[in-house]
Design a protein around this ligand. Structure first.
Ligand SMILES: Cc1cc2nc3c(=O)[nH]c(=O)nc-3n(C[C@H](O)[C@H](O)[C@H](O)COP(=O)(O)OP(=O)(O)OC[C@H]3O[C@@H](n4cnc5c(N)ncnc54)[C@H](O)[C@@H]3O)c2cc1C
Length: 457
């Protein structure tokens, strides 16, 4: 994209001092997320970066940046905490990296359990603030200590808590999104009800979220439990039973095939060699009962941590969801992963067929969750990467046996597996970003319908 001359100087003059970062190393650092989880994206995106980062402190400053960019035709890529792992916030066409980390307030926890937050508020802060008032997040990613709520809504899907409350798109967990459009005169739009799907998980291509409302759950005192099983089959049988049985009050049900637990370096003092592991977050009142049930199923409780408030130290959830991939990659950098949707009725058969075809090139990691009201075995298997062709072979084979893939090796929305069949995001983009300046290249089906309008003054 050809950008106007001297625009960075003009942007710097527009905002209060210290709000625009231009030093190359800083802009490089701010331009990158966890895209390197994928060897394919690592190759494609390593050279991509913004030209300058704007770090507004108020919504009025965000508005000024958007108006400036819309008038000059400068791309804007929003950054929350850059913990996304598909290169979602890596600018493909340079321009402004809009870093919202400073808009980080939790504005209100209402008496009926709604959290109102600025977009840069960290999920860990929202969780601890809510707990003080008797509430907690319905679901959050394993990156909750760092990740921003705006980034979670625009880039994430679910996580700890999803086994009971579903993923972000379910059950009106996202109550509202207030966003600014990318136009010479940015408009503030309030999305409620099903309208949130216009911008939810749109990777920052459909407006800048400036305030969000989340439905909370009543606070529970959670305990943690790890159980070792001599075989992966016994481990998955027990975790599935816990996942589908409604009487267990739970927040996390995870299952790992050996050698994955061997890569959780800080846990090696109690992780048994060669065994499969299950991790649970369960209501404290059910901890003993769950330990006993696991023993009956042939498991051996190897770690438990009764509830304490505030929660201190490492949590088992720090090894689950996509943190499993992180620990695995720390041990063996060439490892990568997939995101698979198995059929809850026939997933054992599907696993057997993948094992028969790919052996230990694919190692099994399941996170049970509820999606559209149904408990499903979410799967983030670790993959021993050899070539891009072999990775594609795995993805293609999954398709032939009915395993869906949310492909984490693709850097656009349509290919990443969470595109909505109603094209709600594409339709909304014409309304919120008609020039296609927001995170260009990430919604490939969009064709701009407007051109920049320079100020006449
Ligand atoms: C170790 C690890 C574990 C993870 N575990 C999970 C998990 O359990 N569940 C899960 O869903 N994800 C997970 N992720 C992905 C990621 O951490 C989450 O999606 C996280 O919530 C992203 O938040 P962020 O603030 O870092 O967003 P960023 O990475 O900064 O941004 C993500 C996307 O949102 C856009 N965006 C950010 N803020 C706004 C805004 N205010 N308005 C509009 N667009 C915006 C960005 O442009 C980008 O496209 C994991 C990633 C890693 C590396």
């Amino acid at each position: 994209m050809n950008l106007p001359l001297n625009w960075i100087d003009d942007l710097t003059a527009l905002l209060p001092p210290g709000r625009v970062v231009t030093a190359e190393t800083d802009v490089d650092r701010l331009s990158k997320d966890f895209y390197w989880y994928s060897p394919v994206l690592e190759r494609q995106l390593r050279e991509k970066r913004g030209d300058a980062a704007a770090q507004p402190r108020t919504v009025a400053e965000v508005r000024d940046v958007l108006s400036f960019a819309a008038r000059r035709g400068i791309p804007v890529t929003v950054r929350g905490a850059a913990t996304g792992n598909y290169g979602q916030c890596i600018p493909l066409e340079g321009g402004i990296l809009l870093d919202l980390a400073a808009l980080d307030r939790v504005l209100e926890i209402s008496a009926d359990g709604i959290a109102t937050c600025e977009p840069g508020a960290r999920l860990g802060v929202i969780e601890s603030t809510a707990r003080k008032s008797g509430w907690e997040l319905r679901c959050y990613p394993s990156t909750y200590q760092k990740a921003s709520v705006g980034g979670f809504l625009a880039g994430g899907s679910g996580g700890i808590g999803s086994i009971s409350h579903g993923v972000l798109r379910d059950n009106q967990t996202v109550r509202w999104i207030k966003l600014l459009t990318m136009e010479p005169e940015p408009r503030e739009i309030l999305l409620e009800g099903r309208d949130v799907f216009k911008a939810l998980h749109a990777w920052g291509t459909n407006g800048v979220f400036v305030e969000v409302g989340l439905t909370l759950a009543p606070r529970t005192d959670w305990a943690q439990l790890a159980v070792a099983f001599p075989s992966f089959e016994a481990c998955i049988d027990f975790t599935e039973q816990v996942a589908i049985t409604g009487t267990w009050h739970k927040r996390l049900v995870s299952c790992f095939e050996w050698p994955i637990p061997g890569w959780f370096a800080p846990l090696q003092k109690w992780v048994p060699q060669g065994e499969a592991l299950a991790f649970f977050e369960i209501a404290h009142s059910q901890l003993e009962e769950l330990s006993a049930a696991a023993a009956v199923a042939g498991g051996r409780p190897v770690f438990s941590s009764p509830h304490q408030e505030p929660r201190r130290g490492a949590q088992l959830s720090d090894y689950t969801w996509n943190h499993t991939t992180l620990w695995s990659k720390k041990a063996e950098p060439s490892l990568t992963y997939l995101q698979c949707g198995f059929n809850p009725q026939s997933f054992r058969d599907q696993i057997a067929r993948l094992k028969a075809r790919f052996g230990d090139e694919i190692l099994w990691h399941f996170e049970f969750l509820k999606s559209d009201g149904v408990v499903v075995p979410g799967c983030l298997p670790i993959v021993r990467f050899t070539t891009e062709e072999r990775l594609q072979e795995m993805i293609d084979f999954c398709g032939t046996i009915g395993v869906s893939i949310a492909n984490p090796h693709i850097n656009h929305l349509e290919g990443s597996g969470r595109w909505r069949p109603d094209d709600a995001k594409l339709v909304a983009k014409h309304e919120f970003d008609p020039m296609g300046l927001m995170n260009p290249g990430k919604m490939i089906g969009f064709k701009p319908t407007a051109a920049p309008q320079p100020a006449t003054a």
